[in-house]
Design a protein around this ligand. Structure first.
Ligand SMILES: CSC[C@H]1O[C@@H](n2cnc3c(O)ncnc32)[C@H](O)[C@@H]1O
Ligand SMILES: [Zn+2]
Length: 437
């Protein structure tokens, strides 16, 4: 008998890798936060002595979702401005509200609300882009949540920094402060081609030649963005980023609703990832990301919620369903993005986009135990022929029962174990009263 910390038995285990595989009546053995084995339940009982043995007889167990693009603290702006296009939303509502309200305290309390919502809906890692990344990191470290915090760069002054150089400088200090953190890592996060000029992008690229961090950026979000750039510079933003040497395996390009066949080929050849945000793209009427064409060309496509101010929630189950449905509609092919592909996009592809696929994203020996258990005995989910089909096409976040990050159970039978949900809600209401009395 070998000692392990936890043995988790489940009716179905979907490891994501190998692709399409589903194990029935298996167990996952976890020691020191890592997966040590995945084997049939009866064998697991004979081989492992566990401090804690858990049974999920009507659940699917799979890797936790990786939300590959969000602005966590913006959960405090949820519903502040709806039903308007991107640039009106940013210029007339969101940026003025951010100038007035965003402080380190706002970011901590908004991130607490967001992390609570994400954990309760099965997300175990998120890729963030927001002001005061050090405060986002603090909340995640205290909650035991995994995150990649964005070292933002903008070419206009805000409460966080005055110049592009200052943003970069502050970002590098945040990166240094997190060197020893296991769960929270960093990415460069220049906001978008239309808000960051060539000089800071060149500096970022030079610094990153040494650091080799992911580069997380909104790109080709709308036709308007591309047309404006062509009018101003004679080039599409993607061509400009390519000239600046930013298109490569480190790039996670968010939205990408405007892509020619040539650009899809260029992305595929470069090893860059695309992050698809279907709810936000639909709500802001930004356009449609050609997900099926990208996947067919070999591009790594991950899924993000974007912020709660444009989505308006942080529910990856909803997002991956929409990704599967929308891909079929956009491609005109019902075979586009089948259920197992949608799950892979929301897990392993997200981990790959963040350079974390050696640690998380699939249930393989040696990887960290970031897991979600989803109860498939609810009315809309029975009968279960294929658990992946039920998760993608019918399951709701109310069916997420348990969540682990690095082997630690952060959601236990639908209760958060490291965050105070009531307090987070109370603080959110207090912000609402201040922002719109
Ligand atoms: C530099 S911090 C992030 C910055 O991005 C803004 N934002 C939120 N959602 C979007 C989006 O869909 N496109 C572009 N910019 C977005 C957010 O309000 C912050 O200012
Ligand atoms: Zn965004």
């Amino acid at each position: 008998m070998t000692d392990v910390d936890t043995l988790i038995h489940a009716r179905w285990i979907i490891p994501i890798e190998p692709a399409g595989r589903v194990h029935r009546d298996h167990a996952l053995a976890v020691r020191g936060g890592r997966i040590v084995d995945l084997l049939p339940s009866p064998e697991a009982e004979q081989r492992y002595r566990a401090s804690d043995t858990l049974h999920f007889p009507q659940h699917a167990l799979l890797p936790g979702f990786v939300n590959a693009h969000t602005h966590a603290a913006m959960s405090l702006f949820r519903g502040l401005a709806d039903d308007i296009p991107l640039m009106t939303w940013l210029n007339e509502h969101v940026w003025p509200a951010e100038a007035k309200w965003v402080t380190p305290e706002f970011v901590r309390e908004g991130t607490e609300l967001a992390v609570a919502e994400m954990l309760a809906s099965g997300t175990t890692c998120f890729n963030d882009m927001y002001f005061f990344a050090e405060d986002t990191a603090r909340v995640c470290l205290s909650a035991g949540m995994r995150a990649v915090v964005g070292l933002i760069v903008l070419d206009f002054p805000t409460a966080y920094a005055q110049t592009a150089d200052e943003y970069l400088h502050k970002g590098l200090a945040v990166h240094d402060g997190l060197r020893a953190a296991e769960l929270v890592t960093t990415a460069f996060a220049p906001h978008a081609p239309y808000t960051v000029s060539d000089a800071p992008l060149q500096r970022l690229r030079t610094v990153n030649d040494e650091l080799n961090l992911p580069v997380h950026m909104h790109v080709h979000e709308t036709a308007h963005e591309v047309a404006n750039a062509v009018e101003a510079t004679g080039r599409r933003p993607l061509a400009r980023l390519a000239e600046l040497g930013l298109i490569g395996p480190s790039l996670a390009a968010v939205h990408m609703t405007q892509l020619s066949a040539g650009e899809i080929g260029m992305l595929a050849g470069s090893g860059a990832s695309v992050v698809h945000c279907p709810s936000s793209n639909l709500k802001l009427a930004s356009g449609f990301c050609p997900v099926h064409a990208l996947l067919t060309a070999g591009v790594n496509v991950a899924i993000g919620t974007d912020g709660a101010a444009s989505n308006n929630d942080l529910d990856m189950l909803e997002e991956l369903r929409l990704a599967a449905l929308l891909a079929k509609g956009v491609a005109g092919e019902a075979t586009a993005v089948p259920a197992h592909t949608a799950l892979r996009m929301a897990t392993l592809n997200g981990a790959k986009a963040l350079g974390l696929d050696d640690r998380i994203g699939s249930l393989e020996r040696g990887k960290q135990a970031d897991l979600v258990a989803i109860d498939l005995s609810h009315l809309p989910s029975e009968p279960v022929y294929d658990p992946a089909s039920q998760i993608v096409y019918t399951a709701s976040r109310a069916q997420v029962s348990d969540v682990w990050v690095h082997g630690r159970r952060l959601l236990k039978n639908r209760q958060l174990t490291t965050l105070d949900e009531r307090a987070a809600l109370q603080k959110a209401r207090a912000w609402r009263d201040k922002i719109k009395p």
